[in-house]
Design a protein around this ligand. Structure first.
Ligand SMILES: C=C(O[C@@H]1C=C(C(=O)O)C=C[C@H]1O)C(=O)O
Length: 423
């Protein structure tokens, strides 16, 4: 069942060009929305409209709602590129049955920066009479607060080993080929956690990832589910992981070994196939590189494939993610069997971890990632959050190695929360 917000009121939208800010993220007011990569992207705050949704149709409902909102909006846009004019930010639960559901939020104010060009958008539900200045819209927000001491659980190693061993057994029995198992750890601060402080750390440590905060889900994800930009679609598939040692020569040798590893290649191919099949149905042609590349991040190296295509009938970013989710990078192969094994073995509600998170504009362009390397902030207590990490399990997986991999994937959030990690 889904809960639709009151039917959308016509929104009045104005986008103007502004001087490029030195530091986009530094403008973010408390609790603001963030979508920042390599210093560029969108930040937003306030709320002009919202959809809350849940269930198997959650992304379809968001798509239908967004079409209604955009059809009725009055937009004056001086900049006219992806992310200007009317935009909404959203995040959706991984599982159809999760109580976390999903939401689309139309903010009141947006600042965007792309290729040196910056803009300010104001979205108003009550008719826009005067355009406020950016300074007035920002108000005098307090600077980001230092983090309180935060205790982070270690997690249950035995429970993990048992779950991974059962998954390997079921793969061996022919029930499925791959399943992604995840675990959650609880973080509890002595006081509220200022999400801006966390985002600043994530953006500094992981500049090539998307430092995001949408409706209480915060993280730095490397995985692009779909970017739609003027008829072009791009998806970056990641699957197959090892941990760097810090020794550059050794790491290059490890990266080469990762690219040759049959276990990692198998895991990767399942994920690439699941994304390519969906995009092929919407594109005249899809380009898939023959060989994956290796994406180097400070905490992990991943096999990566950028799948690209030219859309043949203008599918919107929401239409595409509805079909792309859940890809084999976060669920498994075959999808239904893997979802079933996840339900049985994981013992957690993933909430919006590993679900789609991103933004869409009125033209249907947008950028949606998979909500990885992330934490869900407790809606009733901002000093508490759950951190998540998962690993693709195939026949050749080993529970100990998968534990180490999940630890590496928890590292970005642990470090951003002030934990000191031994290399
Ligand atoms: C599930 C996660 O990551 C996914 C799983 C990967 C793997 O198993 O190798 C790699 C990248 C992601 O697609 C996570 O970070 O929690």
């Amino acid at each position: 069942m889904s809960v639709l917000a009151a039917s959308p009121v016509p929104l009045v939208v104005r986008t103007v060009e502004i001087p490029a800010p030195d530091d986009l993220l530094a403008l973010l007011p408390p609790h603001g929305i963030s979508w920042v990569r390599r210093g560029q992207g969108l930040i937003a705050w306030g709320e002009s409209a919202r959809l809350e949704t849940a269930g198997a149709q959650r992304i379809d409902e968001a798509d239908a709602w967004w079409r209604r909102v955009t059809r009725h909006a009055l937009v004056r846009d001086d900049v006219r590129q992806a992310g200007t004019g009317l935009v909404a930010f959203g995040s959706f639960s991984f599982a159809d049955a999760s109580a976390a559901g999903g939401s689309l939020v139309v903010p009141r104010f947006v600042v965007g920066l792309r290729d040196g060009r910056a803009w300010f958008t104001v979205i108003d539900g009550d008719g826009l009479t005067d355009l406020p200045s950016l300074e007035d819209a920002l108000g005098d927000a307090s600077p980001p607060a230092p983090l309180p001491p935060i205790a982070i659980d270690e997690g249950d190693r035995d429970a993990w080993a048992t779950a991974v061993a059962s998954a390997i057994e079921r793969i061996g029995a022919g029930e499925l080929d791959k399943v992604v198992l995840a675990r959650a750890v609880q973080a509890t601060g002595d006081g509220p956690v200022d999400v801006r402080t966390v985002l600043t750390a994530l953006a500094a440590d992981y500049p090539s990832c998307w430092a995001f905060h949408v409706d209480g889900l915060v993280g730095a994800t490397p995985e692009l589910l779909a970017r739609v930009d003027h008829g072009l679609v791009t998806s970056r598939v990641l699957a197959g992981t090892i941990r760097p040692t810090g020794d550059e020569t050794a790491d290059l040798a490890h990266a080469a070994a990762l690219a040759r590893s049959s276990k990692d290649r198998e895991e990767h191919e399942y994920a690439v196939t699941s994304v390519t099949n969906v995009l092929a149905a919407h594109c005249a042609s899809v380009n898939v590189p023959d060989e994956p590349s290796v994406l180097h991040l400070p905490n992990v190296m991943h096999l990566a494939t950028d799948v690209t295509g030219v859309l043949s009938h203008n599918a919107s970013a929401l239409e595409l993610i509805r079909e792309l989710h859940p890809s084999a990078a976060v669920c498994g192969t075959p999808t239904l069997a893997a979802a079933h094994v996840i339900d049985e073995l994981e013992g957690i509600d993933r909430g919006r971890y590993a679900g789609p998170v991103g933004w869409i504009d009125a033209a249907g362009d947008g950028e949606w990632c998979i909500g990885l390397r992330s934490a869900e902030i407790d809606a009733t207590d901002p000093s508490r959050m759950r951190l998540f990490a998962g690993c693709g399990i195939v026949a050749a997986s080993e529970p100990e190695a998968e534990w180490a991999e999940s630890e590496a994937k928890l590292e970005p959030m642990r470090r951003a929360l002030g934990a000191h990690i031994d290399a």
